[in-house]
Write a protein that binds this ligand. Structure first.
Ligand code: ATR
Length: 321
């Protein structure tokens, strides 16, 4: 009863307030058909409404995604806010649903949640399905979620457009067979390498990953200590860089024209980059360019605009080194 009485009082309060608030908005609720004095779009300023996005991970506070998306937004004249939010690993779904209910438009997903994000989606892109992981979530109406994976295309764009490294007819080695490797193998295959070898500390995971990609004539797998050839491009997709370690590859893996690419990035060259250069690789780069390119693809998914990535990469590099 008390609750019902309270509700009635609240209802009367609202009814009393409506005419005033509507007058402030420029129309009368009682004569809607004739009394709207300004177009609704002006009243609510839908065009300039700030869309809200975030990157979720654990940990995530180190993430450069807010800086990157804000730089893209300035370039493209998009009004948005973008935060870094740490979610509890044991309550990831609840965290995502809370952000969705709170009015977020989309999320980027980083470690360790990419596979869990895949599991939450109602629909996923083909590339997310192959990667079995999602790094870009878009909230649709109701509680619908779509997912995409922009990591692989981010790597390929960094290689081809920024670094001018062609994989066509090249011998490519991907080291690692975890989530990071899974996201990049199919997009790399599409660039037309002569052969793509996946080498992993645990050989069975490399075998499984290679087997799930099709193209048996161009994709091979082995244990890291079984690598015997040299490669034009060696991509470190292991978690070794996180502990400043280097996967135990033979020194002969590089020749004088080899490129070494570490998916990890840091303020200083990673252990893998330093090791590759010491062994005579022609070039060693980190994954900062990939990070910006994958963000640009997510920006395209959300805003249908393609920002320029080169100035953002340079700004991050000059801030970082
Ligand atoms: P991610 O999602 O970052 O790929 P993951 O799925 O845990 O994380 O995979 C980590 C990858 O790094 C695996 O390929 C792992 O090898 P194993 O499958 O044998 O565990 C690899 N890795 C981690 N530390 C490594 C190290 N010190 N040397 C070589 N490989 C390492």
């Amino acid at each position: 009863m008390v609750q019902a009485g309270g509700s009635v009082a609240v209802l009367f309060g609202i009814l009393r307030l409506v005419p005033n608030s509507c007058r402030k908005l420029g129309y009368s609720p009682w004569r809607c058909s004739t009394a709207i004095r300004r177009p609704m779009t002006d009243l609510f300023d839908f065009k300039n409404r700030k869309l809200r996005f975030a990157v979720v991970g654990h940990p995530v506070m180190h993430s450069k995604s807010p800086q990157i998306h804000e730089a893209f937004a300035r370039q493209c004249n998009v009004s948005l806010s973008y935060e870094a939010i740490a979610l509890d690993p044991i309550a990831f779904e609840q965290g995502v649903r809370n952000l969705q209910a709170g009015g977020m438009a989309g999320l980027n997903v980083t470690l360790p949640f990419k596979e869990a994000a895949f599991g939450l989606c109602d629909e996923v892109s083909e590339r997310a399905r192959i990667a079995n992981a999602v790094n870009t979530l878009t909230f649709l109406g109701g509680d619908q979620l779509t997912g995409d994976n922009t990591d692989g295309i981010g790597l390929v764009r960094d290689l081809q457009q920024n670094l001018k490294i062609s994989c066509a007819d090249a011998k490519v080695l991907v080291v690692g067979a975890g989530g990071a490797a899974r996201g990049i193998v199919q997009p790399l295959l599409q660039t037309g390498p002569a052969r793509l070898v996946i080498a992993n500390r645990t050989a069975s995971r490399a075998r499984e990953l290679a087997g799930s990609m099709g193209s048996p004539d161009r994709i091979y797998s082995c244990a890291i200590d079984e690598v015997s050839d040299s490669f034009d491009l060696v991509i470190n997709a292991t978690a070794a860089s996180l502990s400043s370690e280097v996967p135990a590859l033979p020194e002969s893996v590089f020749h004088s024209q080899s490129h070494a690419y570490d998916l990890a990035y840091a303020d200083q060259p990673t252990a893998f980059m330093r090791w590759a250069l010491a062994l005579g690789a022609a070039q060693a780069v980190d994954g900062l360019g990939m990070l910006v390119e994958q963000a640009a693809e997510a920006f395209w998914i959300w805003h249908r605009q393609r920002p320029q990535t080169a100035p953002v990469i340079s700004a991050l590099r000059s801030g970082a080194r």
